[in-house]
Design a protein around this ligand. Sequence first.
Ligand SMILES: [Zn+2]
Length: 404
Amino acid sequence: MLKALIDLNEIVTLKGAHSKEGRHLVADDLSIIKDGAIVYDESKILWVGETTRLPEQYRNLAQSMKGHVLTPEVVDSHTHIVFGGDRAQEYADRLNGVSYEEIAKRGGGILYTMKQTNEASQEELFQTACERIERLHSYGIGTIEIKSGYGLNFEKEFEVTLLIDRLKKKYAPRIQIFNTYLAAHDVPKSFQSSADYMAKVVIPLLEKLAPLKVIDAVDIFHEKNYFTADDVELLFNKAQSLGIACKTHADELNDNDGAALAIKHGALSADHLLKISSSGIKALAGSQTVATLLPGTAFFLGKPLAPGRALLDGGAKVAIASDYNPGSCHCDNVLLVASMSAAQLKLNQAELWSGITLNASAALGFKNQGAIIPGMKPRFSLFKTESLSHITYNWGRNFAVSLP
Ligand SMILES: [Zn+2]
């Protein structure tokens, strides 16, 4: 159905950012139209401009949206939403001075979430995931990447990937879900090595799932004491032979050339990058692979942030995501994460907003969204406030409202 919205205080088109592929952005690349109007149908944007210039044939459809700001849809391109239980007590214990080693000895950490996820029924996991998705959507987030990875055995990982597919079908097209296969999240103790787990679970399960056409990308936790470069090569080569895109958790705990390996395989994104080397930064800057920063995780763990400014100045495409998960970042609002980290990462407004719209869409391989330009998909976020600056300024306050 054709819709025409007029009198919008601002339409943040990101046209400038789009024409620069999301790199080397200056504030003007927000390309804001004041007192804007837009016309769109279910599949694409037809017209955008100043309200006074709205073409005659759309005038009878016009709905006034005075007091609102329209942006490209906010995207959270890195979440771990499907999990059982929570780790609130563990976080309190950590704040109270209990060490990681002690928490692990008590059975805490990711293995606790693995146990809780395996004990939860499919219906429980589905319902809690739905509640989380609705909450994200209430903040104005309309595209959400969801990773599997807390089952950590053949049967449960299979079940969780199909569960994410069920979520995808339930919410489309209102909320767009991207299904990432992260069976290679950690190596359960019952396996001799990461290679053993790859051979017995990760690769055979990927081969079983691929024909079902439910996986949008594979992902792997490429870190010392987790998965090796050989494991990454094995997974990415297999995924590529099956026509599935690749993403990676890279250079978070140590620099192991994770970004370079991601680029070699044309990965959609390399995520975390707290410890990325200067050669890694240079490589990302010269590639199409998106550098995804997850500052909420660094905040939650009390660690320094990734070298965001160096990545941006180098010319990398930088996205910001929440990393919403039960252990290392239990924050579900990527708008809050981006707004509160902007000053520390030294982001200008165009970099901040591209990071959670245009570049976050690129991190999921969605080329036709992330800017408000005729011909692109009509995926927007709407905020009841007077200007874009008010959203970032009031970080943590929710201005999002539903589209009429
Ligand atoms: Zn993650």
